[in-house]
Ligand binder design. Structure first.
Ligand SMILES: Cc1ncc(COP(=O)(O)O)c(C=O)c1O
Length: 384
């Protein structure tokens, strides 16, 4: 009797440590070498060749080798997006958007910002801080601004430029870039795009787009810390902008006006080279199929996905938890089940959402236990 109960206690304990990601050896629990699968919207899991670069000491940022690597990064990003010019500077996505705001300040306005969530509102805020003359066109939660809505707004009051996010990371919606660009062209407006959470996990065609932004640590799969600005035209010289925000400085000469972390540039190059352009359409297709599968599975288990289906982003899914359920608590429990979800950003906590990001391109097979785990931890019953 005593033996049975001690065996079942031991089995229960082993189950528990297994759920928490620990392995037992005899009676001693020690951590498993595998970490939970990161499904955060950056930083994404790094490929071994990217990690290897990061172990190297920094180089002088104007050494020929360092300049060559930067030039290769710029070349690959131009080829991948159709942009005419690429700037790589120290900073995060917000830095890149501030550089764009500074460029928009040089153009005839007024401007129109499209907002469908937290990151659209940050563009509104960046415009306000740069003292741009802007109006805002907002989408309802889980939707995007459509081409027809934009056309109506521009017909009512023309604008010199329109600024929008491509993937609104907070709600997990993807704007239709081609439709917005065609609408802007028809109305004689320029289009600027925050592609920070779409470049690397969705097709991004910037031909015709005035300015766009990305960052190294999201779906481009480099180490975080580099801001990327992509421009259609060569930026004008001699503008009266703060030095660090002057796009011309980063797109002229050798593209390195100030200190640049060469290790991060090397890491971004390794990440880009690991994904040959010819393989990208198929890889992004697989990612979109995995995103669509995950959405169906989550809905099938009674969870509520914030984005409407017709504009759902391929690689970001925000899930609205039942009233009173705490996002960080659910994310902690799901981490014990082997999946690292985002829940601690202020905008997720305030709205009671957790977020699953596929920016690290996980394979569907490795996600198969996630829908049940999330539904279970959120206390949501299956509908299937
Ligand atoms: C669409 C979008 N824009 C801007 C940002 C801000 O980027 P960062 O936090 O790197 O400054 C983020 C960050 O998640 C984002 O998803």
């Amino acid at each position: 009797m005593a033996l049975t109960s001690s065996v079942s206690n031991r089995t229960r304990a082993r189950d528990r440590v297994r759920r928490l990601g620990w392995r037992t050896a005899g009676t001693v629990a020690r951590p498993l070498p595998v970490e939970p699968l990161s499904l955060l919207p950056g930083p994404v899991p790094l490929l071994p060749q990217v990690r290897a670069v990061l172990a190297r000491p920094p180089q002088a940022h104007r050494w020929p080798e360092a300049l060559d690597r930067l030039e290769r990064v710029r070349q690959l990003l131009r080829a991948r997006t159709g942009a005419g010019h690429v700037a790589v500077l120290t900073g995060s996505g917000t830095t890149a958007n501030d550089v764009v705001a500074a460029q928009l300040a040089l153009r005839p306005g007024p401007g129109l910002v499209l907002a469908a969530g937290e990151f659209g509102e940050r563009l509104v805020d960046a415009a306000r801080r740069t003292r741009l003359d802007v109006r805002v066109l907002r989408a309802t939660e889980g939707s995007v601004v459509t081409g027809a809505q934009l056309a109506a707004a521009l017909a009512e009051r023309p604008a010199g430029w329109v600024w929008t996010v491509h993937c609104e990371t907070s709600t997990g919606v993807l704007f239709d870039l081609a439709e917005l660009l065609a609408t802007c062209r028809a109305a004689g407006a320029e289009l600027a795009v925050d592609a920070i959470s779409s470049l690397g996990c969705a097709p991004v065609d910037l031909r015709g787009v005035l300015l766009a932004t990305a960052s190294s640590g999201k779906a481009l799969a480099g180490f975080p810390g580099l801001a990327v600005v992509l421009a259609r035209d060569a930026p004008q010289a001699g503008q009266d902008l703060p030095r660090s925000l002057d796009l011309h400085a980063y797109t002229s000469g050798d593209g390195v006006p100030y200190t640049l972390p060469t290790v991060l540039v090397g890491g971004l190059l390794a990440a880009l080279e690991a994904r040959p352009a010819a393989d990208e359409p198929a890889a992004l297709g697989r990612l979109a199929a995995t995103g669509a599968w995950l959405r169906r599975e989550l809905l099938g288990r009674g969870l509520e996905v914030v984005a409407r289906e017709e504009c759902a982003a391929p690689a970001v899914l925000s899930v609205r938890l039942p009233h009173g359920v705490t996002p960080v608590r659910v994310a902690d429990l799901v981490a014990g089940d082997g999946f690292l979800l985002a829940a601690s950003s202020g905008y997720l906590r305030d709205r009671g959402w957790v977020q699953v990001s596929l920016m690290g391109r996980p394979c569907q097979q490795n996600l198969r236990r996630l829908p049940a785990a999330l539904a279970d931890r959120a206390g949501v019953g299956a509908r299937r």
